[in-house]
Design a protein around this ligand. Structure first.
Ligand SMILES: Nc1ncnc2c1ncn2[C@@H]1O[C@H](COP(=O)(O)OP(=O)(O)O)[C@@H](O)[C@H]1O
Ligand SMILES: [Mg+2]
Length: 362
């Protein structure tokens, strides 16, 4: 097949951002009328590294012809003109609460099959409150939460300790060690900081203090393959750190040179807990209409009951095992090489879109 690989590289995204800043004085990141807050230092954290783009391209090339396309302002004409058989989408884009839906939306307009979830699911999952509201409707446990809009008073009645997160970010952007708040003063200070830096509402969630897991999923309901569960062991975080997988834990304390050994895969858990986690994850994927692949974050509450923290329908896929990227790690534990993981996603999408028989089975 001819597959277009749509990605958001760090260099391409930075160039797009510069063009945007040139064209308009006001952007989400550098907003003149909001004072002189510096842009957050993690602006490009969600973009794809060159290493990831090359590794995904190489995996696709094992069986297919690949057209690499930066997901910038020229993506639409390039997709329109190249008319691939399938779009392999790993593009996170940068601006706006619907940014992960941009490329799948272009594919819908052009009637092109694409991998992964559709625009609605991608946007619902990026907005942590909307995904949780839907899960609550279906009785799937998740921590109680409150939304605070920028400039609006923090509502009374928030249960502490809590965690303060930007409403629509990922890759632990805006989730720092001090996102854990135990007093009203800490809560106010952190809400002010996050709304100021990220220019968006915050979600304040009741803090769940139990064990934390992240779970990779391949396929489509009802045929979901739940990969071996990864545990994030907070007891191995540096002395004094709060028990959260924070920006520091993800990007500063964990380096290829000095890996932070906080991941255990497969998690050492009882068969009962394993079944409970597998069930809540499968239910979540079915309810949110996740397609092809995903990673779901789960944490136990005080009663030891699994809760959904968030759903990542565009999961991180750093290829280097030393980078501790959890979906490739879980796939490796299940016996899939990196190439096999990527080609499996192509297979799942090909099945869904009826491309099998047209060279769509890799
Ligand atoms: N309600 C919560 N209770 C306890 N820990 C939480 C909660 N929400 C988030 N965390 C911690 O913060 C980390 C990042 O939060 P998450 O919602 O997964 O954001 P991101 O999209 O950046 O991955 C989680 O992996 C977990 O360690
Ligand atoms: Mg997460």
């Amino acid at each position: 097949m001819k597959i277009a690989l749509l990605f958001s590289s760090k260099a391409g995204t930075a160039a797009s951002l510069r063009r945007r800043v040139d064209e308009s004085a006001a952007t989400l990141v550098v907003n003149e009328d909001e004072g002189d807050e510096p842009p957050p230092s993690d602006v490009l954290a969600e973009c794809d590294s060159d290493e990831t783009i090359s590794a995904v391209g190489a995996a696709l090339r094992v069986r297919h012809e690949v057209i690499p396309i930066e997901s910038d302002e020229d993506a639409y004409p390039r997709l329109r003109q190249s008319r691939p058989d399938l779009v392999f989408n790993i593009s996170e884009r940068l601006i706006g609460p619907n940014r992960e839906a941009h490329i799948p939306t272009l594919c819908e307009i052009l009637d092109l099959p694409y991998t992964g979830s559709d625009p609605l699911t991608l946007s619902l999952c990026l907005d942590k409150s909307r995904a949780k509201e839907i899960l609550s409707y279906h009785g799937v446990p998740n921590p109680e939460f409150w939304i605070v809009e920028p400039g609006v008073a923090v509502p009374a009645g928030i249960k502490l300790p809590a965690i303060v997160k930007p409403l629509f970010e990922g890759s632990s952007k805006g989730i720092k060690n001090n996102s854990f708040v135990a007093t009203a003063e800490e809560l106010m200070a952190r809400v002010r900081e996050v709304t100021g830096v990220y220019r968006q509402p915050v979600i304040v969630e009741r803090f769940l203090s139990g064990r934390e897991f992240t779970v990779g999923v391949l396929g489509n309901a009802p045929n979901l393959e739940i990969l071996p569960i990864v545990e994030i062991d907070h007891s191995l975080l540096p002395e004094g750190a709060h028990p959260i997988y924070s920006y520091e834990a993800k990007w500063i304390w964990d380096t290829p040179e000095r890996p932070l050994p906080i991941f255990k895969c497969p998690a050492r858990i009882t068969p009962g807990l394993q079944e409970a986690i597998r069930t809540i994850v499968a239910d979540t994927c079915r309810i949110l209409r996740i397609r092809d692949w995903c990673r779901v974050d789960v944490r136990l509450d005080e009663a030891g009951r699994p809760n959904i923290l968030e759903v990542n329908p565009l999961p991180g896929i750093l290829p280097n095992p030393e980078d501790n990227s959890c979906l490739p790690k879980a796939a490796r534990t299940a016996g899939y090489s990196y190439d096999e993981l990527i080609l499996r996603v192509v297979d799942e999408a090909s099945l869904r879109w009826g491309l099998v028989g047209r060279g769509g089975r890799s």
